[in-house]
Write a protein that binds this ligand. Structure first.
Ligand code: EPZ
Length: 455
């Protein structure tokens, strides 16, 4: 009997209890972008003056990044969604692995620390559930700027040996890595001379970083293009900067509306940050209306469409799983190809347990649309696959329980609150004991049982 499972810690984990088939209606407020706020926090290390970030989302990843900065001696004060950051007295020390483990963005601090202090030691971020997550582009670029880098017992140790500053260089990335582009922009901002980064990533979060750095006195040109030019300066000063809205959160809500034939409005949002997604939603039958910094959607009968993820401005890999949930109940066959991460299909098996009909071969999912899915008790395995399961659960007419909220809370602020404000029946439950939630152990699938054993 499941209840005899001895994984108490897991049994205490939270889950979302979802009773689907309500349509969503109304307006949802979009929070600040996780993947912008994280890199802006790293950028605050570049100055000894005070930096103020507005519109910072309440997310566990942001808390983690805050703890990393505090460990370096940064003073952080939060006032609602505002963070006041004072990086005047930083003690360069190796960051403890347990602090950086699981937070990829922690590695992005290396460029800022190296260029300001001439040295930095950051544990390898390691892989995660969606892929290997190598850092060769970061390291090659920093070496091109004159850093000496060794990897010693899984810690990346970077320092300047012969010179007191990094030297500007021409760097061509092999792949348009978001993180590597951000690391190198930060490193080059205080280097001597000009740095040109070719094949740079063009994501809006990078443009947000460059806007903030230029406010701090940096000289960065053409952010958002494939070739970014950075003229190093002597010093950067503090600034106040508002984080851009989260395009991935907004896209997730729009997809949820399309999946439940609902009409909602998401705001604030910068519409051209979601162009590829809006095109695919329209192609799949939804009606989209853009007014200033608001996007409204009216869901209709869902048509099957193919998507292939790509670097910005292509279809974002972070919305591949949520969009797949939509395609499971579309009319017809669709194909979804993931080109960015090698293991970002954890949701396929879970969606199939809800009754979808997906076959997977070499990172390409073939989806035969089905009439309806069935509610299940499932464990989300990464941030965006958890969101996909919740979208799928909203379309069923019975109860679903989605575990693995430690992933969801990394990237969605008050997700269930925002969903319930849109009229859905979604509640966060803390399960003291699986038995107490008095549902049949047959509801608990193999995934769940193995997850309990693992916890
Ligand atoms: C950022 O990760 C985002 N994270 C990811 O969001 C997002 O999915 C990803 O960019 C792509 O858009 C943050 O900004 C904190 P990459 P990042 O370097 O920088 C390969 C989410 O759900 N690569 O652009 O780690 C790599 O293997 C998260 O919010 C190298 O080969 O992504 C991958 O296949 C998930 N060598 C591809 O590039 C390197 O040195 C894209 O990775 C670096 C990357």
């Amino acid at each position: 009997m499941v209840c005899e499972s001895n994984n108490k810690s897991y049994l205490k984990s939270q889950h979302l209890k979802i009773i689907g088939q309500n349509t969503l209606r109304g307006k949802v407020k979009i929070s600040g972008a996780k993947n912008s706020a994280l890199v802006l926090l790293a950028a605050s290390l570049l100055t000894e003056e005070k930096t103020i970030l507005d519109n910072v989302p309440f997310l566990t990843d942001i808390d983690k990044m805050g703890n990393i900065l505090k460990n370096l001696g940064v003073k952080l004060r939060s006032k609602d969604h505002q963070l006041i950051i004072d990086s005047k007295n930083i003690s360069i020390q190796e960051l403890p692995y347990e602090l950086v483990n699981g937070l990829r963005a922690s590695f992005f601090c290396i460029g800022a620390l190296l260029t300001r202090f001439g040295e930095a030691s950051i544990p390898l971020p390691g892989g995660c559930n969606i892929g290997e997550r190598p850092i060769n582009e970061h390291i090659n670029g920093l070496r091109a700027l004159g850093a000496e880098i060794i990897i010693d017992k899984d810690v990346v140790k970077a320092k300047l040996v012969k010179k007191s500053k990094l030297l500007g260089a021409n760097i061509r990335l092999n792949c348009p890595s978001v993180g590597a582009t951000e690391t190198l922009i930060m490193a080059a901002s205080l280097a001597e001379g000009r740095t040109v980064i070719e094949n740079a990533a063009r994501e809006p979060e990078i443009q947000d970083l460059c806007q903030m750095l230029n406010k701090m006195g940096a000289k960065i040109y053409d952010s958002g293009k494939e070739k970014i030019i950075i003229d190093g300066v002597q010093k950067l000063h503090g600034c106040t900067h508002k984080v851009i809205p989260d395009r991935i959160e907004a896209g997730t809500f729009l997809i949820a509306a399309a999946a439940t034939s609902s009409s909602i409005t998401v705001s604030p949002i910068i519409p051209n940050h979601l162009e590829a997604v809006l095109n695919k939603l329209e192609e799949s039958g939804s009606k989209i209306t853009i007014k200033g910094n608001s996007i409204s959607i009216k869901g209709n009968e869902i048509k099957a469409v193919d998507i292939k993820t790509a670097p910005f401005p292509g279809f974002p890999t972070d919305l591949q799983a949520p969009f797949m949930a939509l395609m499971t109940i579309a009319k017809g066959k669709s194909k979804i190809t993931e080109t960015i991460f090698e293991k970002r299909m954890n949701h396929v098996d879970l969606l199939n347990q809800m009754g979808s009909s997906i076959t997977l071969k070499d990172n390409t999912a073939q989806i035969n649309g089905v009439k309806k899915l069935k509610g299940m008790t499932l464990v989300g395995l990464d941030l965006r696959s958890s969101a996909a399961l919740i979208i799928a659960a909203l379309t069923t007419k019975n109860v679903s329980r989605i575990y693995g909220l430690e992933h969801l809370d990394r990237g969605y602020e008050n997700f269930e609150l925002k969903l319930s404000q849109l009229g859905t029946n979604v509640k966060r439950r803390t399960t003291k004991n699986i038995c107490e939630s008095n549902y049949k152990s047959s509801d608990i699938n193999e995934e769940m049982k193995s997850a309990m054993k693992a916890a």
